[in-house]
Design a binder for this molecule. Structure first.
Ligand code: NI
Length: 169
């Protein structure tokens, strides 16, 4: 089932999400719907908060459905170590049509749980490292453009406000 993706301005996107503490058919159902929604968008990552579900949960697939080995369900992730920096364009399904250059770590080690609750350790680099940081931010109520300067943040907020006034957001 496709879920509506919340856009910047929705209160749910600003909340800190709660840990996933059930690994059962209910979680499988949520993940199935999130995966379908992520692929339909299309996007490389979707956090539960973006569909109004207050859980530290994301689906990630850099191949957007082309390579099943790249599909991941990430529950309760924690960054154990980060190394280096990378600069790159970043966007978000909750902030459609906006991309900005965001600085992120080049390499990460993340500890998380999979859909069964088993612990996993992800060694990520490049785009995957960027994507995981972006997803963990969502779980903490942070959107990508909040990493920019106050000036750039305000420019984006004003453009979105204008779109909202015109009924286009
Ligand atoms: Ni996002």
């Amino acid at each position: 089932m496709l879920l509506p993706i919340l856009k910047y301005g929705a209160a749910e996107l600003k909340k800190v999400s709660s840990p996933v503490d059930f690994f059962n058919g209910e979680l499988e159902r949520i993940v199935r719907n999130m995966t379908e929604t992520m692929y339909a968008a299309p996007g490389i990552g979707l956090a539960a908060a973006q569909v109004g579900i207050n859980l530290r949960l994301s689906t990630v697939d850099l191949s957007v459905g082309e390579d099943e080995k790249q599909f991941m369900v990430i529950c309760n992730p924690e960054i154990i170590s980060a190394e280096g920096t990378q600069k790159g364009e970043e966007g978000c399904l909750s902030v459609p049509d906006f991309t900005e250059t965001v600085v992120r770590p080049q390499k990460l080690i993340v500890r998380a749980q999979d859909i069964r609750g088993d612990e996993m350790r992800i060694e990520a680099e490049g785009l995957l490292a960027r994507c995981l940081c972006h997803e963990i931010d969502h779980m903490n109520g942070v959107l990508f453009f909040e990493h920019l300067s106050a000036l750039k943040r305000n420019l984006i907020r004003n453009r979105i406000r204008k779109l909202a006034r015109a009924g286009e957001w």
